[in-house]
Write a protein that binds this ligand. Structure first.
Ligand SMILES: NC(=O)c1ccc[n+]([C@@H]2O[C@H](COP(=O)([O-])OP(=O)(O)OC[C@H]3O[C@@H](n4cnc5c(N)ncnc54)[C@H](OP(=O)(O)O)[C@@H]3O)[C@@H](O)[C@H]2O)c1
Length: 242
């Protein structure tokens, strides 16, 4: 079975690829580095020839609503249309727990992406996962300046490795629509994760200033609401092994 991982060089994408390889598959990796641009669509049709399953873990790093909506709209449409043309039988897309409850510019883009997948002709699975353990570092790298302003709020982070393994499992199964939400084993505070990452030497040392963010993030909107698979590696364990 030919499986294509769009964004297969990213934080979670490389774990999807590794998990598929561990199960005996040789997925094709699609990113600008491998000559395919999901935004313009350049190289996409050629990359999907013969593909049965596509996993979409492409991403743009932005907090701008317009940039996020533009990226996920264009990449979502390009991928859905190319997958349909190629006769793809299963499109697996990674989304985020709370994306429909928390008002953030980036999440507006993710909601657009979800809608395109749901309305598309290719049978689909959407997995909503919580923030990765890696998210604390990804978040900090987007904040310039001498002080890290971090929204208060609880998260239930999961190892990107475990999210990658979950996606690989879904990719090898039948399309299921909305998959049960994936979360990590423990609830953490986002400022707490950031502080611990800095203390462990995993990010530039600077003061952390927690701020209340209206829009649901500071009010628990990122926590899973129903039952679903749970990763086993805690943030603390991940930090130790990093
Ligand atoms: N980070 C989290 O905590 C978290 C939690 C839950 C869900 N998610 C979701 O997981 C997905 C992946 O996130 P991530 O943090 O793993 O992303 P990431 O590390 O930023 O990786 C992004 C991937 O997308 C590719 N890409 C970006 N622009 C592209 C373009 N125009 N054309 C082709 N490929 C492009 C990148 O490769 P090139 O640069 O080579 O193009 C890279 O492989 C996102 O949809 C995100 O919403 C993330």
């Amino acid at each position: 079975m030919r499986i294509v991982v769009a964004g297969g060089t990213g934080v979670v994408g490389r774990y999807v690829v590794a998990a598929l390889r561990a199960r005996g598959y040789e997925p094709a990796v699609l990113s600008r580095a491998t000559g395919v641009d999901l935004v313009s669509g350049a190289g996409l049709d050629a990359a999907l020839v013969g593909a049965e399953t596509v996993v979409d873990v492409g991403n743009v790093t932005t907090s701008s609503r317009s940039a996020a909506v533009s990226f996920f709209d264009r990449t979502g449409r390009n991928l859905a249309a190319a997958a349909e043309r190629a006769g793809v039988r299963h499109l697996v897309t990674l989304s985020i727990v709370g994306v429909d409850r928390v008002r953030l510019g980036y999440y507006a883009g993710k909601l657009r992406q979800e809608a395109i997948v749901r309305e598309g002709a290719v049978p689909w699975t959407i997995l909503r996962a919580t923030q990765f353990h890696e998210f604390a570092g990804q978040f900090l790298s987007g904040i310039p300046g001498p002080v890290a302003v971090v929204p208060t709020g609880q998260v239930q982070p999961v190892a990107a490795r475990e999210a990658g393994e979950a996606l690989a499992g879904l990719a090898l199964g039948a399309p299921m629509g909305m998959a049960p939400e994936l979360a990590g084993p423990q609830v953490e505070s986002l400022p707490g994760m950031v502080r611990r990452l800095i203390a462990a030497g995993g990010a530039r040392r600077r003061p952390v200033l927690p701020v209340y963010l209206p829009g649901g993030m500071s009010a628990g909107g990122l926590l899973p609401t129903g039952p679903g698979p749970r990763g086993v590696q805690t943030f603390e364990e991940w930090l130790r092994l990093r």
